[in-house]
Design a protein around this ligand. Structure first.
Ligand code: GDP
Length: 296
Protein backbone atom coordinates (compact mmCIF):
# COMPACT_ATOMS: atom_id res chain seq x y z
CA UNK A 1 0.00 0.00 0.00
CA UNK A 2 1.08 3.58 -0.62
CA UNK A 3 2.75 5.58 2.16
CA UNK A 4 4.26 2.65 4.03
CA UNK A 5 7.73 4.16 3.92
CA UNK A 6 6.52 7.60 4.90
CA UNK A 7 4.42 6.27 7.77
CA UNK A 8 7.34 4.30 9.17
CA UNK A 9 9.60 7.35 9.10
CA UNK A 10 7.06 9.68 10.64
CA UNK A 11 6.26 7.20 13.39
CA UNK A 12 9.93 7.12 14.21
CA UNK A 13 10.18 10.93 14.42
CA UNK A 14 7.01 11.31 16.46
CA UNK A 15 7.81 8.38 18.70
CA UNK A 16 10.90 10.27 19.82
CA UNK A 17 8.94 13.48 20.36
CA UNK A 18 6.18 11.82 22.34
CA UNK A 19 8.69 10.09 24.53
CA UNK A 20 9.97 13.37 25.95
CA UNK A 21 8.23 15.19 28.74
CA UNK A 22 9.44 18.63 27.79
CA UNK A 23 10.36 19.98 24.40
CA UNK A 24 12.65 22.80 23.45
CA UNK A 25 12.38 24.83 20.29
CA UNK A 26 15.41 22.97 19.02
CA UNK A 27 13.68 19.61 19.55
CA UNK A 28 10.78 20.76 17.39
CA UNK A 29 13.13 22.13 14.74
CA UNK A 30 15.03 18.88 14.68
CA UNK A 31 11.81 16.89 14.31
CA UNK A 32 10.69 19.17 11.49
CA UNK A 33 13.97 18.62 9.68
CA UNK A 34 13.26 14.90 9.80
CA UNK A 35 9.64 15.34 8.69
CA UNK A 36 10.87 17.47 5.79
CA UNK A 37 13.26 14.74 4.65
CA UNK A 38 10.60 12.06 5.03
CA UNK A 39 8.15 14.03 2.87
CA UNK A 40 10.77 14.73 0.21
CA UNK A 41 11.70 11.08 0.15
CA UNK A 42 8.02 10.20 -0.27
CA UNK A 43 8.18 12.28 -3.45
CA UNK A 44 6.11 15.19 -2.23
CA UNK A 45 6.63 18.30 -4.33
CA UNK A 46 9.55 20.41 -3.02
CA UNK A 47 7.62 23.65 -2.73
CA UNK A 48 4.69 21.91 -1.08
CA UNK A 49 7.05 20.51 1.55
CA UNK A 50 8.59 23.90 2.19
CA UNK A 51 5.23 25.59 2.76
CA UNK A 52 4.00 22.70 4.85
CA UNK A 53 6.97 22.77 7.21
CA UNK A 54 6.74 26.56 7.54
CA UNK A 55 3.08 26.31 8.54
CA UNK A 56 3.66 23.55 11.07
CA UNK A 57 6.61 25.38 12.61
CA UNK A 58 4.65 28.59 12.93
CA UNK A 59 2.08 26.75 15.02
CA UNK A 60 4.33 24.32 16.85
CA UNK A 61 7.17 26.47 18.12
CA UNK A 62 5.07 28.87 20.19
CA UNK A 63 5.54 28.94 23.96
CA UNK A 64 2.09 27.55 24.62
CA UNK A 65 2.87 24.33 22.82
CA UNK A 66 6.23 23.92 24.45
CA UNK A 67 4.80 24.56 27.90
CA UNK A 68 1.88 22.16 27.55
CA UNK A 69 1.87 18.89 29.52
CA UNK A 70 2.20 16.76 26.39
CA UNK A 71 4.05 18.90 23.87
CA UNK A 72 4.92 15.92 21.64
CA UNK A 73 1.26 15.04 21.23
CA UNK A 74 0.39 18.65 20.49
CA UNK A 75 3.00 18.79 17.72
CA UNK A 76 1.73 15.54 16.19
CA UNK A 77 -1.79 16.93 16.31
CA UNK A 78 -0.66 20.08 14.49
CA UNK A 79 1.02 17.96 11.79
CA UNK A 80 -2.15 15.88 11.43
CA UNK A 81 -4.31 18.99 10.97
CA UNK A 82 -1.92 20.54 8.45
CA UNK A 83 -1.71 17.30 6.47
CA UNK A 84 -5.50 17.20 6.33
CA UNK A 85 -5.58 20.80 5.10
CA UNK A 86 -2.89 20.06 2.53
CA UNK A 87 -5.09 17.38 1.00
CA UNK A 88 -8.12 19.64 0.87
CA UNK A 89 -9.47 19.74 4.41
CA UNK A 90 -12.92 18.30 3.97
CA UNK A 91 -14.22 15.66 1.61
CA UNK A 92 -15.13 17.08 -1.82
CA UNK A 93 -18.27 15.47 -3.15
CA UNK A 94 -19.15 14.60 -6.72
CA UNK A 95 -21.15 17.38 -8.39
CA UNK A 96 -24.87 17.03 -8.79
CA UNK A 97 -26.61 19.21 -11.37
CA UNK A 98 -29.64 21.20 -10.26
CA UNK A 99 -31.43 19.72 -13.21
CA UNK A 100 -30.46 16.18 -14.20
CA UNK A 101 -28.60 14.68 -15.85
CA UNK A 102 -25.29 15.51 -14.18
CA UNK A 103 -22.64 15.27 -16.87
CA UNK A 104 -19.24 13.96 -15.80
CA UNK A 105 -16.32 14.12 -18.21
CA UNK A 106 -13.33 11.85 -17.61
CA UNK A 107 -9.89 13.08 -18.62
CA UNK A 108 -6.43 11.61 -18.29
CA UNK A 109 -3.55 9.90 -19.97
CA UNK A 110 -3.82 6.44 -21.44
CA UNK A 111 -3.39 3.74 -18.83
CA UNK A 112 -4.23 6.03 -15.90
CA UNK A 113 -7.34 3.98 -15.23
CA UNK A 114 -10.01 6.14 -16.85
CA UNK A 115 -12.21 3.42 -18.30
CA UNK A 116 -11.99 1.34 -15.13
CA UNK A 117 -12.88 4.41 -13.05
CA UNK A 118 -15.89 5.16 -15.26
CA UNK A 119 -17.28 1.72 -14.43
CA UNK A 120 -16.42 2.01 -10.75
CA UNK A 121 -18.10 5.37 -10.44
CA UNK A 122 -21.25 4.04 -12.11
CA UNK A 123 -21.24 1.18 -9.62
CA UNK A 124 -20.93 3.59 -6.69
CA UNK A 125 -23.70 5.82 -8.05
CA UNK A 126 -26.03 2.88 -8.52
CA UNK A 127 -25.52 1.90 -4.91
CA UNK A 128 -26.79 5.38 -4.06
CA UNK A 129 -29.88 4.73 -6.19
CA UNK A 130 -28.76 6.81 -9.16
CA UNK A 131 -29.29 5.73 -12.75
CA UNK A 132 -26.04 6.38 -14.60
CA UNK A 133 -25.36 6.03 -18.31
CA UNK A 134 -21.87 5.21 -19.57
CA UNK A 135 -20.78 6.88 -22.81
CA UNK A 136 -18.00 5.28 -24.84
CA UNK A 137 -16.07 8.29 -26.11
CA UNK A 138 -12.66 6.65 -26.46
CA UNK A 139 -12.74 5.63 -30.11
CA UNK A 140 -8.98 5.31 -30.61
CA UNK A 141 -7.85 2.63 -28.19
CA UNK A 142 -9.02 -0.55 -29.92
CA UNK A 143 -10.43 -2.30 -26.86
CA UNK A 144 -11.82 0.70 -24.98
CA UNK A 145 -15.42 0.46 -26.19
CA UNK A 146 -15.55 -3.26 -25.51
CA UNK A 147 -13.95 -2.75 -22.09
CA UNK A 148 -16.66 -0.28 -21.14
CA UNK A 149 -19.37 -2.61 -22.42
CA UNK A 150 -18.00 -5.48 -20.37
CA UNK A 151 -17.93 -3.26 -17.27
CA UNK A 152 -21.47 -2.07 -18.00
CA UNK A 153 -22.69 -5.62 -18.31
CA UNK A 154 -20.96 -6.63 -15.10
CA UNK A 155 -22.76 -3.97 -13.06
CA UNK A 156 -25.94 -3.72 -15.12
CA UNK A 157 -25.38 -0.20 -16.42
CA UNK A 158 -26.38 0.85 -19.96
CA UNK A 159 -23.54 1.86 -22.28
CA UNK A 160 -24.07 4.34 -25.09
CA UNK A 161 -21.81 3.84 -28.11
CA UNK A 162 -21.80 4.86 -31.74
CA UNK A 163 -18.82 2.69 -32.59
CA UNK A 164 -15.48 4.18 -33.56
CA UNK A 165 -16.36 5.94 -36.79
CA UNK A 166 -18.26 8.88 -35.27
CA UNK A 167 -16.46 11.80 -33.64
CA UNK A 168 -16.21 11.77 -29.83
CA UNK A 169 -17.87 15.20 -29.72
CA UNK A 170 -20.93 13.80 -31.50
CA UNK A 171 -20.93 10.68 -29.32
CA UNK A 172 -20.84 12.82 -26.18
CA UNK A 173 -23.66 15.07 -27.38
CA UNK A 174 -25.89 12.19 -28.41
CA UNK A 175 -25.02 10.35 -25.22
CA UNK A 176 -26.29 13.25 -23.09
CA UNK A 177 -29.47 13.41 -25.17
CA UNK A 178 -29.91 9.65 -24.77
CA UNK A 179 -29.66 10.08 -20.98
CA UNK A 180 -32.31 12.81 -21.04
CA UNK A 181 -34.62 10.63 -23.11
CA UNK A 182 -34.14 7.61 -20.88
CA UNK A 183 -34.20 9.15 -17.43
CA UNK A 184 -30.52 8.62 -16.59
CA UNK A 185 -29.52 11.15 -13.93
CA UNK A 186 -25.74 10.81 -14.42
CA UNK A 187 -23.82 10.64 -17.71
CA UNK A 188 -20.25 9.41 -17.39
CA UNK A 189 -18.26 10.12 -20.53
CA UNK A 190 -15.11 8.07 -21.06
CA UNK A 191 -12.62 9.84 -23.33
CA UNK A 192 -9.44 8.96 -25.15
CA UNK A 193 -6.06 9.26 -23.49
CA UNK A 194 -2.64 9.50 -25.02
CA UNK A 195 0.68 8.33 -23.73
CA UNK A 196 1.65 11.95 -23.26
CA UNK A 197 -0.19 15.23 -23.22
CA UNK A 198 -0.43 16.49 -26.79
CA UNK A 199 -2.35 19.18 -28.61
CA UNK A 200 -4.72 16.88 -30.46
CA UNK A 201 -5.77 15.25 -27.19
CA UNK A 202 -6.37 18.60 -25.52
CA UNK A 203 -8.24 20.03 -28.46
CA UNK A 204 -10.55 17.06 -28.66
CA UNK A 205 -11.43 17.05 -25.00
CA UNK A 206 -11.88 20.84 -25.03
CA UNK A 207 -14.34 20.39 -27.90
CA UNK A 208 -16.25 17.74 -25.99
CA UNK A 209 -16.27 20.09 -22.99
CA UNK A 210 -17.69 22.93 -25.10
CA UNK A 211 -20.34 20.65 -26.60
CA UNK A 212 -21.73 19.09 -23.41
CA UNK A 213 -20.77 21.65 -20.71
CA UNK A 214 -20.03 19.07 -18.02
CA UNK A 215 -20.92 19.66 -14.39
CA UNK A 216 -17.83 17.75 -13.36
CA UNK A 217 -14.48 17.28 -15.08
CA UNK A 218 -12.54 14.55 -13.34
CA UNK A 219 -8.88 14.05 -14.07
CA UNK A 220 -7.79 10.48 -13.52
CA UNK A 221 -4.15 10.31 -12.48
CA UNK A 222 -1.97 7.33 -11.78
CA UNK A 223 -0.46 7.81 -8.32
CA UNK A 224 2.34 5.42 -9.23
CA UNK A 225 3.84 8.06 -11.52
CA UNK A 226 4.82 10.27 -8.57
CA UNK A 227 5.78 13.82 -9.45
CA UNK A 228 4.67 13.25 -13.03
CA UNK A 229 1.11 12.91 -11.73
CA UNK A 230 1.35 16.46 -10.40
CA UNK A 231 2.71 17.77 -13.71
CA UNK A 232 -0.06 16.04 -15.63
CA UNK A 233 -2.68 17.51 -13.31
CA UNK A 234 -1.23 20.98 -13.70
CA UNK A 235 -1.20 20.78 -17.52
CA UNK A 236 -4.75 19.48 -17.76
CA UNK A 237 -5.99 22.05 -15.28
CA UNK A 238 -4.57 24.93 -17.33
CA UNK A 239 -6.44 23.76 -20.41
CA UNK A 240 -9.61 22.28 -19.05
CA UNK A 241 -10.71 23.81 -15.74
CA UNK A 242 -10.83 20.54 -13.86
CA UNK A 243 -13.30 20.23 -11.00
CA UNK A 244 -11.74 17.22 -9.35
CA UNK A 245 -8.98 14.64 -9.38
CA UNK A 246 -9.18 10.90 -8.94
CA UNK A 247 -6.01 9.16 -7.80
CA UNK A 248 -5.70 5.61 -9.04
CA UNK A 249 -3.39 2.75 -8.12
CA UNK A 250 -2.94 3.83 -4.52
CA UNK A 251 -2.68 0.10 -3.81
CA UNK A 252 0.69 -0.06 -5.55
CA UNK A 253 3.95 0.50 -3.73
CA UNK A 254 3.89 4.13 -4.73
CA UNK A 255 5.61 6.52 -2.39
CA UNK A 256 2.39 8.53 -2.15
CA UNK A 257 3.79 12.01 -2.72
CA UNK A 258 1.34 12.66 -5.54
CA UNK A 259 -1.62 12.35 -3.22
CA UNK A 260 -0.06 14.90 -0.95
CA UNK A 261 0.90 17.41 -3.64
CA UNK A 262 -1.81 17.40 -6.24
CA UNK A 263 -4.36 19.49 -4.33
CA UNK A 264 -1.80 22.01 -3.16
CA UNK A 265 -0.29 22.47 -6.63
CA UNK A 266 -3.48 22.60 -8.72
CA UNK A 267 -6.06 23.77 -6.19
CA UNK A 268 -8.23 20.91 -7.45
CA UNK A 269 -9.77 18.68 -4.81
CA UNK A 270 -9.11 14.94 -4.83
CA UNK A 271 -12.60 13.45 -4.94
CA UNK A 272 -11.93 9.71 -5.10
CA UNK A 273 -9.14 7.23 -4.56
CA UNK A 274 -8.90 3.95 -6.41
CA UNK A 275 -7.17 1.13 -4.63
CA UNK A 276 -7.33 -1.85 -6.97
CA UNK A 277 -8.57 -3.29 -10.23
CA UNK A 278 -11.85 -4.65 -8.88
CA UNK A 279 -15.08 -2.79 -9.53
CA UNK A 280 -15.75 -1.95 -5.89
CA UNK A 281 -12.23 -0.73 -5.13
CA UNK A 282 -13.08 2.96 -5.22
CA UNK A 283 -13.55 5.21 -2.22
CA UNK A 284 -14.50 8.83 -1.72
CA UNK A 285 -11.29 10.60 -0.70
CA UNK A 286 -11.32 11.77 2.91
CA UNK A 287 -8.35 14.07 3.65
CA UNK A 288 -8.65 13.57 7.43
CA UNK A 289 -8.68 9.77 7.18
CA UNK A 290 -5.77 9.83 4.77
CA UNK A 291 -3.78 12.07 7.12
CA UNK A 292 -4.41 9.72 10.04
CA UNK A 293 -3.45 6.75 7.90
CA UNK A 294 -0.21 8.41 6.87
CA UNK A 295 0.67 9.25 10.46
CA UNK A 296 -0.04 5.63 11.42
P1 GDP B 1 -7.37 4.05 -19.36
O1 GDP B 1 -6.46 3.87 -20.52
O2 GDP B 1 -7.07 5.32 -18.62
O3 GDP B 1 -8.82 3.92 -19.69
O4 GDP B 1 -6.97 2.90 -18.31
P2 GDP B 1 -7.72 1.55 -17.89
O5 GDP B 1 -8.98 1.83 -17.17
O6 GDP B 1 -7.79 0.64 -19.07
O7 GDP B 1 -6.69 0.97 -16.82
C1 GDP B 1 -5.35 0.62 -17.14
C2 GDP B 1 -4.90 -0.54 -16.26
O8 GDP B 1 -4.81 -0.11 -14.91
C3 GDP B 1 -5.86 -1.70 -16.26
O9 GDP B 1 -5.13 -2.89 -16.28
C4 GDP B 1 -6.63 -1.55 -14.95
O10 GDP B 1 -7.10 -2.78 -14.46
C5 GDP B 1 -5.55 -0.96 -14.06
N1 GDP B 1 -6.07 -0.17 -12.94
C6 GDP B 1 -6.99 0.83 -12.95
N2 GDP B 1 -7.18 1.34 -11.72
C7 GDP B 1 -6.37 0.65 -10.88
C8 GDP B 1 -6.09 0.71 -9.46
O11 GDP B 1 -6.62 1.52 -8.69
N3 GDP B 1 -5.16 -0.17 -8.98
C9 GDP B 1 -4.53 -1.06 -9.79
N4 GDP B 1 -3.65 -1.89 -9.24
N5 GDP B 1 -4.75 -1.15 -11.12
C10 GDP B 1 -5.66 -0.31 -11.66
Amino acid sequence: MAFEGLTARLQNVFGKLRGRGKLTEEDVNEAMREVRLALLEADVNFKVVKDFIAKVKEKAVGQEVLKSFTPGMVVVDIVNKELTELMGGTQAKLAQAGKPPTVVLMAGLQGAGKTTLTGKLANLLQKQNHKPLLVAGDIYRPAAIKQLQVLGEQIGTPVFTLGNQVSPVEIAKQGVQHAKDNGNDYVLIDTAGRLQIDEALMEEIQNIHAAVKPDEVLLVVDAMTGQEAVNVAQSFHEKLALTGVVLTKLDGDTRGGAALSVKAVTGCPIKFASTGEKIDQLEPFHPDRMASRILG
